[in-house]
Design a protein around this ligand. Structure first.
Ligand code: GN1
Ligand code: MG
Length: 375
């Protein structure tokens, strides 16, 4: 079904004026919809959920509805003590009162309210922005920390369970095409060596979870910097968007993902590996912002794995990009040949930089009250 028709099926007044593709998401398709009435203009976000990734889009929507209702309630409860007006998009119903539309081709479409006068950025270059990225993630995790995880469906089984990505890498390499791609490029061979040196480390968080040191909580799942909305009027973070991957998980994967995406000033898509590094000033600011919100719910065993989570999620994402390159780009959207290989190179370069700065990063965590006893 054409997006123009779908765009008029939600409960928003006005006639359609424009449908603009926006965002740089690697998974869903996102549009800004502009409608006008005789008196006003309405804008909202329209998204087509990627069914190749999310096999059960209805479950994605039921999680999203439940979590946003809960979060909106918590935000309003705390409004009078907050230093800002926190926001979170709401699911806009269809004219029939449903949470989404399924078109003739079986595609799922949803509408979300627009958080006006905010911007999200591809990269972070100043500590103030990193501080807000940390604060926004910590705030989101905190306000959903009491949401019962048994009411959350797992929308993406295996998502952020790092050893599973190693298994799919190994499995992918058994196919002829993938091994040809590996053999054809010296850079791909170098990346495969990089992975070999880190196989044992991949289990670090899951082993801690199995040993009872870490617990499942509701997590965001995708707190990359493009999902953090910054208020154009105040420069403060106002919300985190993209709630498809909210699921029971380890908050460490979220913290690690926020750091890997906010503390590399070159961003995920650069072609120049010499620009890629973990910026310690950005890291310090992010940690400060995150812990302002998260220190109340993190336990001492959680503290012990914060550094590892940064190294791990960076390695994990590199592994995911690399596996997708070898598999023929079936998961992440690409706009040029070799893009997933390049994305993997960037994440592995960042991972090396994180490894080189381990001592300094641990000292920063300690400075903000992270206790690493028994290390
Ligand atoms: C994907 O769609 P987007 O860009 O928000 C991916 C994340 C990755 C990210 C890397 C469901 O997120 O896990 O960290 O790309 N989302 C999913 O850019 O796989
Ligand atoms: Mg996403």
């Amino acid at each position: 079904m054409i997006a123009e028709f779908v765009a008029t099926q939600f409960d928003v007044p006005g006639r359609l004026v424009a449908l603009q593709p926006i965002g740089t998401g690697n998974v869903n398709d996102t549009y800004r919809v502009i409608l006008r009435t005789t008196f006003s203009e309405e804008q909202y976000i329209l998204q087509r959920i990627n069914r190749a990734v999310f096999q059960d889009p209805a479950a994605v929507m039921s999680n999203m509805k439940a979590v946003t209702d809960h979060a909106h309630h918590r935000i309003e409860q705390e409004a009078s003590e907050s230093d800002r007006i926190w926001q979170l998009p709401r699911v806009i119903p269809t004219k029939e009162g449903d949470d989404y539309i399924v078109d003739e081709e079986g595609e799922y479409w949803r509408a979300l309210s627009m958080i006006a006068s905010t911007t999200s950025y591809e990269k972070v270059t100043v500590p103030e922005h990193a501080l807000e990225a940390g604060r926004v993630l910590g705030h989101f995790q905190r306000i959903i920390s009491d949401f019962p995880i048994d009411q959350l469906e797992d929308t993406l089984p295996g998502f952020h369970i790092a050893p599973g990505y190693l298994d799919s890498y190994d499995l992918t390499l058994q196919a002829g095409d993938a091994s040809l791609r590996l053999e054809a490029s010296s850079e791909a061979k170098r990346l495969s060596q990089f992975i070999e040196g880190r196989r044992n480390f991949v289990e670090v968080l899951e082993t801690a979870f199995e040993a009872g040191e870490l617990q499942l909580r509701p997590i965001h799942g995708d707190p990359k910097i493009t999902n953090v909305m910054i208020d154009q009027l105040t420069g403060k973070g106002t919300c985190i968007v993209d709630l498809d991957t909210v699921k029971p998980g380890l908050v460490h994967y979220d913290f690690g993902d926020a750091v890997r995406s906010s503390c590399n000033p070159a961003g995920e898509e650069t072609g120049d590996l010499s620009e890629v590094y973990l910026d310690l000033d950005l890291f310090e600011a992010l940690v400060k912002g995150y812990l302002t919100e998260a220190k109340g719910f993190l336990t001492e065993s959680d503290h012990r794995y914060l550094f590892d989570s940064v190294r791990l999620i960076t390695l994990e994402l590199g592994l995911r990009f690399f596996t997708d390159y070898l598999a023929g780009d079936i998961y992440f959207k690409t706009s040029y040949e070799g893009q997933n290989l390049n994305r993997a190179r960037v994440q592995f370069a960042l991972c090396e930089s994180i490894e080189a700065r381990e001592g300094l990063m641990r000292s920063i965590l300690e400075k903000y009250g992270v206790r690493e006893l028994n290390q």
